[in-house]
Structure formats: C-alpha cells, structure tokens
Design a protein around this ligand. Structure first.
Ligand SMILES: [Zn+2]
Length: 284
C-alpha cells in the first residue's frame, strides 16, 4: 500500500510537472542571433533557449562549444575571422532531434592594407615553435565559467598607435596576415591593468625563447574569451593567478619584435582574434 501510494504520488507529480511545462509555452528550443550581418573581426552572439541538452553550434564548418548562462539558456560568441571572405554563411545549432539554421552575412570591414617591405634578415625572424605553441594553447583556453560581467576597461590609457585588423601584405605578396590587436603607445614602465576578471594562463619571457612576442601574459576570462598583453617590460603575475579588473599584471615595454615602448592588447574568442574595443563599448 505504501509503495502504491508512492507510485501514485510520483505519477501525479509527473503529470503536474508536465502540465506546467506545457503551460509555460512548450519546450521547443530556439536559436537567436544578435544580428544577421557582421563585419570581419566582429562576432555573432548566438543563444539557444528552451533546451536542457547542451546544444552544438557550427559556423563556417567550425564547431563552437556553447556555455550555460544564468538564465538557463546556452550562448556562444562566434568569431568572424578578420580575413574571412565577405559573403553568405550560416549559423547552425543542434540539440537532440532539434536543429535550426540561420543564414548570415559577413561584410568586409574595409580596413586598409598595409604594405610592408622587410629585408631578408628581418623576414627570417620568426617565433620559436615553443613560443607559437604556448601562445596558441593559451589563447584557445576554453573554460565554462564566465568570469567577466561588465565592460572591459583599457589595460592602459594612451594614444592608439595601430588599430585592430589592419591587413598586411609582406614584400608585395597577397594579404596573408593582419594586426591581431590594438597598440597603445605609452612610456616604458606604465602599469598594464587587467581589463576584466580572469585567470592567468600564460606568462612567457623573452629570456625564455619568446623572441617575437617578448614578455607576454595571457588571461582566460571564461567561456572562450581570452586576452593577450605583449612586449611587456616586466610581468607581475604568475600562471594560475586569479586577477580582478584593474589589477596590475605588468608594465609596458618594448621586448620581442617591437620598434618602441607600446602595449599590444589582443582579445580572442575560441582562439580567433577579434577587435578588443567591441568589449569596451558593450557588455557581452
Ligand atoms: Zn600590435
């Protein structure tokens, strides 16, 4: 009898719970984007609501992990690579049996092409394999907890000497790279402050084979967002440290390949460089 009562109350509970779900508008998942057109170097904010299964998301053939938000929906900030060909693409999401596809457009950011002529000696100066691998791994850090919750602040205040995204052609060849950050020209020794809460995932030193980046710090802000600080004079944090917005992480310098004291500040989503000033202007 006791068992039967238990079963009955469980059945009633299930019925009641089922009714409630229906009353609140059904359980069909829904994919939304903040816009259907983005420029090179920007990102789509993709949200899937109405699912308890972690959705999968694709853009231009690449898979992006989605992260659960406080309101129960899942989100991914999907980067549009700065050299991605302008045109028609799609964002596709799947969860269980459900899938949804939204056609999107990528527009050119019309940034100028900088023609750089290097002599053979400078052209041969390349990052060491170790430096490249460590930086790549740091920038691709994916952790599920979102550590930032407000606007990012500039890591130091000064003249912007080179904007994000300027395309580069070396020695007359087609555009093959671009400026993956914002340069801020300030005197050597100026403190560099973390623009948001995060965890230090890399400290690299010129004296330890960081020949191109120079003294470097990478911070993981969670849910695919990382930031990098290059050419530092000194570093005042260690790998594994948690930093708050405004904490000093080092000082501006001219280490690595650099023509004078400046901070190179980059922000990355899933390892792809996006314009850091997007995060200064709007909270994501
Ligand atoms: Zn730079």
């Amino acid at each position: 009898m006791k068992q039967a009562l238990k079963s009955l109350s469980l059945l009633l509970f299930c019925l009641f719970a089922g009714t409630q779900v229906e009353a609140s508008g059904g359980t069909n998942p829904d994919l939304t984007l903040d816009a259907v057109t983005k420029k090179q170097g920007e990102f789509f904010v993709a949200t899937v609501s109405g699912t308890s299964t972690i959705p999968d998301l694709w853009f231009n053939g690449e898979h992006f992990s989605m992260f659960r938000q406080d309101n129960g929906s899942y989100r991914a900030l999907v980067p549009v690579e700065n050299l991605l060909k302008p045109g028609s693409y799609a964002v596709l999401a799947k969860a269980g049996e459900w899938k949804e596809k939204i056609p999107v457009q990528v527009a050119s950011n019309n940034l100028p092409v900088q023609k750089i002529w290097l002599d053979e000696k400078t052209n041969r100066l390349k990052a060491t394999e170790e430096e490249k691998a460590k930086v790549k791994r740091g920038l691709r850090t994916l952790s599920s907890i979102k550590l930032w919750s407000e606007l990012l602040s500039y890591p130091c205040n000064g003249r912007k000497s080179s904007p994000f995204g300027v395309k580069r052609s070396y020695n007359g060849a087609p555009v093959s790279s671009y400026h993956k950050g914002l340069d801020i020209a300030v005197p050597q020794g100026t403190p560099v402050k973390s623009p948001a809460r995060g965890k230090v995932v890399l400290t690299g030193y010129e004296s330890n084979r960081f020949h191109v980046h120079g003294n470097t710090v990478i911070i993981d802000h969670g849910q695919g967002l990382t930031s990098i600080y290059m050419h530092l004079h000194s570093i005042s944090v260690e790998e594994g440290n948690m930093v708050s917005k405004g904490d000093t992480i080092g000082t501006v310098g001219s280490t690595g390949i650099s023509t004078g004291p400046h901070l190179h500040w980059g922000t990355y989503l899933y390892g792809t460089s996006v314009d850091p000033e997007l995060f200064v202007r709007k909270v994501y």
